[in-house]
Design a protein around this ligand. Structure first.
Ligand SMILES: [Zn+2]
Length: 195
């Protein structure tokens, strides 16, 4: 019985029992049936929402990057720290990367797939203990949102292999972009400029 039908039917009956959750016709229990139907509908909707969230999560996991390797292959190619940062979205301890104070002219590449990601000319001393840049090489990085610390942060990863690089914050140099790309040195390799 549809909700509209049951409402129409209920008008024909005069005796109702009121309850906290519903009004029930004592003759045909129309409202009780309607409530049951609504409950079933709610359950169906809940299932649909859960299913769609699940599908979304699966889609995210299933994203295939141009450079796509198995975790076993990455593990064999990368050092333990590189694998922890790039493939497990780990964070190196601050002030541990040789790139933190590094000022050589050139380009920082992804340690996993060699895609050029940052230029020294955009590097600045943030004092945080992690190599920091005010911008990335456009198109070579992608962004996501993570809640690993309980609040939303802009996660940054390599657009070619999906390797995690670090996070982007809005407290960078105001004179340029205002952004601070806080990058794990372990995710990078450096190729100097030849003049
Ligand atoms: Zn990469």
């Amino acid at each position: 019985m549809s909700i509209i039908e049951s409402k129409t039917n209920s008008r024909m009956h005069l005796s109702f029992v009121n309850s906290y959750f519903y009004r029930r016709c004592t003759k045909c229990e129309t409202f009780r049936k309607t409530k049951k139907e609504m409950k079933q509908l709610s359950l169906l909707l809940l299932c649909a929402v859960l299913f769609s969230c699940n599908t979304k999560a699966q889609q995210k996991e299933a994203k295939v990057f141009p450079v796509n390797k198995t975790e076993a292959e990455w593990k064999a190619e990368l050092t333990e720290m590189q694998y922890y940062v790039l493939r497990e979205a780990g964070t190196e301890r601050p002030f541990t990367s040789n790139f933190n104070d590094f000022k050589g002219e050139g380009v920082f590449h992804c340690a996993a797939c060699n895609t050029p990601l940052f230029k020294t000319e955009h590097k600045f001393d943030s004092g945080t203990g992690w190599p920091s840049f005010d911008r990335a090489i456009e198109g070579n990085v992608e962004y996501d949102t993570d809640y690993n610390l309980g609040y939303a942060r802009t996660e940054e990863h390599c657009a070619t292999c999906g390797g995690h690089l670090g996070h982007v914050f809005n407290d960078g140099p105001k004179k340029t972009t205002g952004k601070r790309h806080c990058i794990n040195g372990a995710a990078l390799t450096f190729i100097g400029e030849t003049k």
